[in-house]
Design a binder for this molecule. Structure first.
Ligand code: SAH
Ligand code: SF4
Ligand code: F3S
Length: 434
């Protein structure tokens, strides 16, 4: 039996795609190995969103060549966004790579693993590929990723994703429902709907909220999450569903701000202003007062002055995000900003990022402290990393809670159970309960 090995970089979409790829390979009779040296097929699912992850992947590929024994005949494939971005250039950079597959070309895998041709690249982007009827081989755990749409039509000027992932397209409603049924039948309790702009879902007139309403009725699902929504498509209709279905629909929205400066937002092609973003947050909190709001922010976009950066700090102080992902701007090929002057110095970018991270830490702690004394619903995921006397679980707002492994009557707490816990302490991003 042939064995495959897979490594995944980048976002949840890539994690989910790796599960699709694994499903395809396992249907072909390959089995997974965790050992690189053992594998007949090595796949690296890659990310291009910033320069750093790309460099990391190149050095990883170099290392793989060194790790593999000289007589090794394993085929090496680079797949995902970097494959799409660099296409057959990858062969020039690393001659040991045998094939390159972009995110819309995974159906070529069965053909590719049977051929002896070297240096093949399939990188056509599709307007329709949603990998329907292919059941992913899911990683064990609580949560099943369900990709409901692919691609991005937003063209934020800094971003490479519309070029590596192609145009937006949505999976048929029935197909999503079927995939979720399959996941819940296999014991997954939590469903995370995925898409580059998950709430831009639109299939034959069914929008994201219509889809959510259909899914939410599935009684085997204990919790539903979704990432990443675009602020543009957060509707009142969606907020009503949040209000009506909490805690089954998680009280968490990831709302990427990118910048707090209206001028920079415009240059980024983010189609909202600072005022609009703040009023959206206000509206979200009117519907769901305890909604956890997380975000993505970029420092040092071309033309960002100290004053622009302070506008972002202003928004952070107004909203007090629960957590955020913060990045230095990195010029990406194909994107419109690539042609702009990358005029914020590396020193300035680092200063701004550090300032932002420090402020975010304060806000995270503040948000977590607000939870002390409150009772929350926790889905138990397993034992804590530190000890078997403690277990860990996740709140509807996506926060990790650590608590004793036995309840007050001395009973062992079961994995996957839903329990009520009162938060007593917070350290860093983690909450502790009685
Ligand atoms: N579709 C998702 C995000 C995809 S990329 C969304 O719009 O929310 C994830 C994050 O990476 C983005 O939100 C952005 O903050 C960051 N990012 C994307 N391109 C970048 C670049 N060129 N430099 C720095 N950060 C970038
Ligand atoms: Fe990139 Fe913007 Fe599309 Fe998100 S919405 S993937 S940031 S272009
Ligand atoms: Fe990276 Fe592609 Fe995701 S560029 S962030 S893996 S969509």
């Amino acid at each position: 039996m042939k064995k495959y090995y897979i490594e995944t970089y980048g976002c949840q979409m890539n994690e989910s795609d790796s599960e699709i790829v694994r499903g395809i390979l396992e249907t072909e009779g390959l089995i997974r190995t965790e050992s690189l040296e053992d594998a007949d097929l090595i796949l690296i699912n890659t990310c291009s969103v910033r320069e750093k992850p790309e460099q990391k992947i190149y050095s990883r590929l170099g290392k793989i060549n060194k790790i593999l024994p000289a007589e090794n005949n394993a085929k090496i494939g680079v797949i995902g966004c970097m494959a799409q971005n660099l296409k057959s250039d990858i062969f020039r950079q690393n001659n040991n790579v045998n094939f390159v597959l972009g995110p819309d070309s995974y159906r070529k895998l069965p053909e590719i693993i049977k051929t002896h041709r070297e240096h093949i690249a399939f990188t056509d982007l599709s307007k329709t590929e949603v990998y329907e009827e292919l059941f992913p081989s899911r990683s064990s755990g609580m949560n099943a990723w369900i990709t409901i749409m692919r691609g991005c039509d937003k063209f934020c000027t800094y971003c490479i994703v519309p070029f590596t992932r192609g145009r937006e397209r949505s999976k048929p409603v029935e197909s999503v429902v079927k995939e979720i049924e399959d996941a819940t039948n296999r014991g997954f309790y939590e469903i995370t709907l995925l898409g580059q702009n998950v709430n831009s879902y639109n299939y034959e007139g069914n929008n994201f909220t219509d889809l959510l309403k259909k899914i939410i009725k599935n009684e085997k699902i204990r919790r539903i999450r979704y990432v990443s929504p675009h602020p543009q498509d957060i509707t009142e209709e969606l907020l009503k569903v949040h209000r009506d279905y909490y805690p089954k629909l998680a009280n968490h929205i990831h709302l990427p701000l990118q910048s707090g400066s209206t001028k920079i937002l415009k240059a980024m092609n983010r189609n909202y202003s600072q005022e609009h973003f703040l009023s959206l947050v206000k509206k979200i909190r009117e519907y769901v007062p305890n909604m956890s709001i997380t975000t993505d922010m970029i420092v040092g976009f071309p033309g960002e002055t100290r004053e622009d950066f302070e506008e972002t700090i202003y928004v952070m102080n107004k909203v007090k995000f629960d957590t955020s992902f913060m990045f230095k701007y990195s010029p990406r090929p194909y994107s419109r900003a690539y042609k702009m002057d990358d005029d914020v110095s590396e020193y300035e970018k680092s200063e701004r990022l550090t300032e932002m991270i420090d402020l975010q830490k304060e806000h995270t702690l503040l948000r977590n402290k607000e939870m002390i004394g409150k009772e929350v619903e926790v889905i138990v995921e397993g034992y804590s990393k530190k000890s078997n006397a403690e277990m860990m679980g996740r709140t509807s707002s996506n926060k990790i809670v650590i608590f004793p492994a036995v309840d007050s009557s001395g009973e062992k707490i079961k994995i996957k159970s839903i329990i009520k816990k009162t938060i007593i302490e917070t350290k860093g991003v983690t909450l502790f309960a009685k």
